[in-house]
Design a protein around this ligand. Structure first.
Ligand SMILES: [Zn+2]
Length: 278
C-alpha cells in the first residue's frame, strides 16, 4: 500500500496521505439496500459483502499563500491509522508548517490527529476550521449523551483543546484563497465537502458524503454511520452534480484504492464513479 501521492490542481501542489485502512462490510455500509440487488451489485463490482476495503485519505494542499490540511486521521497511539505525521515528515512537512486545518466533520478518523494523547494541539501554528453546526453539535453535552459512545468520547477529548485555535465556518466563501467549504449535511449535522480551485482546475473533496464507490451509483443506499439518512442522500446528489459540472478531480476519504481519487459523471440518468487508480 502506498503512503502518499502527489498531484497538482492548477498552481496548487496536493499530497494525498494514507493514514490507514480497514475492511468494512455491507451491513455497515448499505443499511437499506434491497438484499438481492445489493448482492448483484457487489458481484458486478467484484466485491464480497463481508470484505469491503476502505481507506483513510487525508489531503495536504500547498498553495502560493498557505499550507492546508484537510482532516487529520486517527492520530498516533491508537489501534487504527495514525500514519499521517510520519508520512508528512517523510515528505518534508513538519506539523508547524501547516497554517490551516479544515475538519470536514467530528468523527474519530477525521479529528483524531488534531490533539495528541497529552491534550496538546498537534499543529501549533494552525487555525482549525469546522462548520459551526458541527462544532456546536459535538461540544454540547446533551447531544453527546445521545451520540454513540465511541464518537462522543473522541469529541470530548479532541475538540475542547482546539477552542483557542478555532474559526467556525458559516458560509461557502474562501477559507484561504482558492479553498472553500461546501455544506453537505447528513453524514453528521454540519458535515462539509471541500472545494479547491486553481487556474480553472477543480478538486472536490467529498469527505464522507459517500463512504463507498457503490454509493456514487446508488446514492439512496446510506450507511449505518450516516446520522441523517434523508439529508445524506440529498447531499450526495448536490455534491455529485457540483463535481460533474466543474469536471473536478474528486477525492473521497474512504474510497479504495488509495489515493481515493476519481471523477464523477452522469450516464443514462445514473451517477458514475471513474477511479483514477485501479
Ligand atoms: Zn470517515
Amino acid at each position: 500500500m502506498d503512503d502518499s501521492y502527489r498531484f497538482n490542481i492548477g498552481d496548487f501542489q496536493c499530497l494525498a496521505v494514507n493514514d490507514g485502512d480497514f475492511i468494512g462490510n455491507a451491513d455497515l455500509l448499505f443499511v437499506n439496500a434491497p438484499e438481492k440487488e445489493l448482492l448483484q451489485v457487489l458481484k458486478r463490482y467484484n466485491l464480497k459483502q463481508d470484505h469491503l476495503p476502505s481507506t483513510w485519505t487525508c489531503l495536504l494542499i500547498k498553495t502560493p499563500t498557505n499550507v492546508v490540511l484537510v482532516d487529520t486521521g486517527f492520530g498516533s497511539g491508537g489501534n487504527y491509522g495514525g500514519r499521517l505525521l510520519p508520512i508528512l515528515h517523510a515528505e518534508g512537512f513538519k506539523p508547524e508548517d501547516i497554517d490551516t486545518v479544515i475538519l470536514t466533520h467530528a468523527h474519530a478518523d477525521h479529528i483524531g490527529g488534531c490533539v495528541d494523547s497529552a491534550g496538546n494541539v498537534v499543529f501549533p501554528q494552525a487555525t482549525f476550521y469546522m462548520w459551526y453546526e458541527e462544532w456546536d453539535y459535538w461540544t454540547i453535552e446533551t447531544n453527546l449523551k445521545k451520540a454513540p459512545e465511541w464518537a462522543a468520547n473522541v469529541a470530548r477529548q479532541k475538540l475542547p483543546p482546539l477552542l483557542d485555535h478555532l474559526e467556525k465556518i458559516d458560509s461557502e466563501t474562501d477559507i484561504v484563497p482558492g479553498i472553500r467549504a461546501i455544506a453537505a449535511p447528513g453524514h453528521t449535522a454540519g458535515h462539509i465537502a471541500v472545494e479547491v480551485e486553481s487556474g480553472g482546475d477543480y478538486l472536490l473533496n467529498l469527505a464522507d458524503v459517500a463512504l463507498h464507490p457503490i454509493q456514487i451509483e446508488y446514492p439512496e443506499w446510506y450507511a449505518r454511520l450516516d446520522q441523517y439518512p434523508k439529508q445524506t442522500v440529498t447531499a450526495r446528489h448536490t455534491i455529485y452534480q457540483r463535481a460533474a459540472e466543474t469536471n473536478a478531480m474528486v477525492l473521497a476519504f474512504h474510497f479504495p484504492p488509495f489515493p481515493s481519487l476519481g471523477r464523477i459523471s452522469k450516464q443514462k440518468s445514473r451517477w458514475k464513479w471513474q477511479p483514477s487508480h485501479e
